[in-house]
Design a protein around this ligand. Structure first.
Ligand code: SAH
Ligand code: DHB
Ligand code: MG
Length: 239
């Protein structure tokens, strides 16, 4: 499913609103030269992620699915100097290309790449008990999306935002009999969101240079001050 106008309009907007960035352009070039699949976010989608990072005041990002690091560079550009991205990648070749792209784009000190299947590296992150994440971008193997969402709920702070790419799948999402494991994975993920009392979500359908698809936006419930619990700041301290 495609329409020439989708790409034409994407390019029109891109030329108006997206400033050239040598680091990002090099990342695209080097990723293609290394034979990586060209399935990174489009420039306009990358800029959407960047605006989310900037407008939410995000300091810590978790990304699942690095590829050549293009989406991570978009987000890194909007982080404060103490901001950090942890990005998870199963394929060591992709991780290596991403690391050299990060160096060229001068964002290496903000981005940590962890190599291995995310279902292996996510439990490590939980065990290490680092600071929670303000934004999670899920964009890896689609059949595991529901499991990644569960980990995101665990690793994100209250009030955090979870973005999930490639949810609509040319409309296949709405077909309950579609046997494709990615479609089924996205349906399972959305059912999980629906059943999760600590999350509110929506899906934005998109057309553009990458065809017909869409992304999910999920907000983790913000902290609710419970009347039963005294305010932490007013509790008398002992010791
Ligand atoms: N976010 C990137 C695109 C990611 S493409 C961008 O927009 O620039 C999806 C990536 O997920 C691929 O690099 C693929 O190797 C990786 N991936 C696939 N299965 C994975 C898994 N089980 N764990 C972690 N990464 C995985
Ligand atoms: C594929 C993966 C993506 O994350 C994407 O945005 C487009 C395509 C893929 O695996 O084909
Ligand atoms: Mg994607």
């Amino acid at each position: 499913m495609s329409d020439a106008r989708w790409e034409t309009v994407d390019h029109y907007i891109e030329h108006l609103l997206v400033r050239r960035d040598a680091g990002m352009e090099a990342a695209l070039r080097e990723s293609a030269a290394a034979g990586l699949p060209t399935i990174q976010v489009s420039p306009l989608q990358g800029k959407s992620l960047q605006l989310l990072v900037a407008s939410l005041g995000v300091r810590r990002v978790l990304e699942i699915g690095t590829l050549g690091g293009y989406s991570a560079i978009w987000m890194a550009r909007a982080l404060p100097s103490h901001g950090r991205i942890v990005t998870l990648e199963a394929d060591p070749r992709h991780a290596e290309v991403a690391r050299s792209n990060f160096a060229r784009a001068r964002v290496s000190e903000k981005i940590e790449v962890r190599v291995g299947p995310a279902l292996k590296t996510l439990p490590d992150l939980a065990r290490e008990g680092g600071e929670p994440f303000d934004l999670v971008f899920i964009d890896a193997d689609k059949p595991n999306t529901a499991a990644y969402f569960d980990w995101a709920m665990r690793l994100a702070r209250p009030g955090a935002v979870i973005v999930v790419d490639n949810v609509v799948r040319q409309g296949a999402l709405a077909d309950p009999s579609n046997p494709d494991s990615s479609v089924r994975g996205m349906r399972r993920f959305l059912e999980r969101v629906a059943a999760e009392p600590r999350a509110e979500g929506t899906v934005v359908q998109t057309v553009g240079a990458k065809g017909y698809d869409g992304f999910a936006l999920v907000r983790v419930a913000p902290p609710t001050p419970s009347p039963a619990e005294p305010d932490e700041s007013k509790r008398p301290r002992v010791g």
